[in-house]
Structures are given as structure tokens and as C-alpha cells.
Design a protein around this ligand. Structure first.
Ligand SMILES: [Zn+2]
Length: 249
């Protein structure tokens, strides 16, 4: 599987000033594409990285927040040829759908809409994933675990505050992509900080962890240094994503 992390921005100011791109993540398996969380600028960064938007057939939204859904409209317009073709499969929390992250006329152009539920399995021709239980965030939000062809698994731990069950939810993943918005934890902020990630990784011990979705405090701390420190402290492979990072798993 190829994984393209088109953007690594994770909080209001970083998105607003585009200090990092806020584009989504693309998975590619045997020519099938799945786009996760198309934040602002996804359409631009798909073009920049020569990923053919018209070939995307699956879109997965973790939650309704703008930095995870803003470009959904333009992507659906592209894959349905401006609604002329009924195409595309959208996996989305019901809350995001009902709140209208996608305009009504584009909703009708989708071939299939699937509402996400906790701890359910989902399949397309080439992709197989399950949701986690609802995450602790200010919207209906799910994490994802993808099964890879070689029997390994890839976890996406998106926006959430830390809670103990995250450890059991992601137990056994071989690879983990984790949104780390904050360097230090802050009361009332429903996002992971570096100390939360340290605790998680100490239990989960994935073969490879990619930290991404950075807020200002992370950018100031330098994500590459944070990843390096976590790697040496935990004796694990932890890397910091940059815009356009491509992984082959
Ligand atoms: Zn969010």
C-alpha cells in the first residue's frame, strides 16, 4: 500500500496561515484510491503530487471539522464530473452528513454513502478497515485500522483527547499514523499531546509511528526533533511527517 500524507497541518492557526498544508491523506492499493479527511487545499495538493483525482472512488471522513472535510465538495464534483456521473463511495459519520459538510446536489451524485459506526468493519474491492469506538473529541469522530495484504495493520489515530481505552483500541497495530496537535497537554483541549503519545507508544510499540497534524506548539518544538527524542527514549521508530511524505507499507 502507498500512503501519501499530502498535508500535516493540525490546528486553526497552522491551517489559516498554511504554515503546513492542510490537505488529506491518500491510500493507494493496486490502483484503487481512498482519500481520508480532505481538508482545505486537498484538491491543490492532489494535483501537485500528480494523484489523479478523477480516479478516487472512496472517501473517508473521520469527523466534520473543517480541517478534515473542507475540500469534500470539490473532490465529489471532480469524481462525478460535476454530477454527470453517479460515482464514488463516501464513508462518513452521520453527524457530519447531517450538518451538511457536503452540499445537497453533490450528495445525490454519490453512488454510495455509508454512515460510520463504532467498531464496524468496512470493505471496498481493495481496502478493508474497521472503525474504533468513538473518540473523545468535539464531534462524532472515529479512528481507523486498515488491514494490509501481508496481514499487518495500519492505524489512524485522528483527533481525540487521551483516554485509557485508546490503548486497547489500537493494540496490535504494526504501523500507526497519529495526530499530535499539541506539544504540552492543555486542560479542555480534546487533542493528543506528546506525553499522551509517549504513553500510547510505550504500550502499543508499533514497528513504525508517523506523527502528523501539528499545531503551533508542535511546529515551535520542531516535529523532527520530537520524533527523534521519542524514538530514542522508547527505542522505537518514530518519524515526523512532512507535507507530501510518501510511505510504502
Ligand atoms: Zn477535529
Amino acid at each position: 500500500m502507498n500512503v501519501y500524507l499530502l498535508g500535516t497541518a493540525g490546528a486553526r492557526y497552522v491551517v489559516a496561515k498554511q504554515l503546513r498544508a492542510s490537505a488529506g491523506t491518500v491510500l493507494e492499493e493496486d490502483g484503487e484510491f481512498l482519500l481520508i479527511d480532505p481538508g482545505p487545499g486537498t484538491i491543490v495538493h492532489l494535483a501537485k503530487h500528480k494523484i489523479p483525482v478523477e480516479k478516487i472512488r472512496n472517501i473517508l471522513i473521520s469527523h466534520k471539522h473543517l480541517d478534515h472535510s473542507a475540500d469534500l465538495n470539490v473532490i465529489v464534483d471532480a469524481i462525478t464530473e460535476g454530477t454527470l456521473k453517479k460515482r464514488g463511495r463516501l464513508f462518513i459519520p452521520k453527524e457530519a452528513w447531517e450538518e451538511g459538510v457536503l452540499l445537497s446536489y453533490l450528495k445525490e451524485a454519490l453512488a454510495e454513502t455509508i454512515f460510520l459506526a463504532e467498531k464496524e468493519a468496512y470493505h471496498t474491492a481493495k481496502f478493508s478497515f474497521k472503525t474504533t469506538k468513538k473518540l473523545l473529541h468535539s464531534a462524532e469522530t472515529y479512528g481507523f485500522i486498515f488491514n494490509l495484504k501481508d496481514g499487518k495493520s495500519l492505524g489512524f489515530l485522528v483527533d481525540t483527547a487521551f483516554f485509557e481505552e485508546l490503548i486497547s483500541e489500537f493494540q496490535g497495530v504494526n504501523y500507526l499514523i497519529v495526530n499530535v496537535v499539541r506539544y504540552e497537554p492543555k486542560e479542555g483541549v480534546l487533542h493528543l499531546s506528546v506525553q499522551d503519545v509517549r504513553k500510547l507508544l510505550a504500550s502499543l510499540r508499533p514497528e513504525l509511528t508517523v506523527i502528523t497534524h501539528f499545531g503551533m506548539t508542535m511546529l515551535r518544538a520542531n516535529p523532527f526533533k520530537v520524533a527523534k527524542d521519542l524514538s530514542s527514549e522508547l527505542n522505537l521508530k518514530v518519524v515526523a511527517a512532512y507535507d507530501g511524505l510518501r510511505l510504502t507499507l
